[in-house]
Write a new protein. Sequence first.
Length: 142
Amino acid sequence: MEVHTRKHFLHPALSYAEHEAAEHLFAARRDGVRVADLERYVDLGHDLAEEWIEADEEHYGTDFSFVLVVPEIPEAVRSFVSGFKDRTMIKYGYHGHYEVNLVVVAPEAEAVVASRSTDLDRAFAVWSSAEKESPGLLERLF
């Protein structure tokens, strides 16, 4: 997915703050997962960033998200993923940044764990409602 943002002053010809953002999602079904497997996916994310990102002033951010669907989530994997955050600034942030995100889902066990900077867990938790119901005015008051 690519997102392009542009701001303009009075007229589109007077534009500034043109930025591009991209998100790449990789999902795979596995028989099991270990922390070493997740570390290899993180390394793959860094390798893809070096190859795919054109570092220029219009690049705002790129996300590489890896989702693994497994029968069960081991406790070591759960603690690794829940505390995981990997954001790399390109040229001290002048050329944007990229992030590597991890999500591990066990649909049969109705369990999911995601890294801190992603909300993809809601998309892969098919056993729960994807939409959060916001309370109405009366519910908020009483």
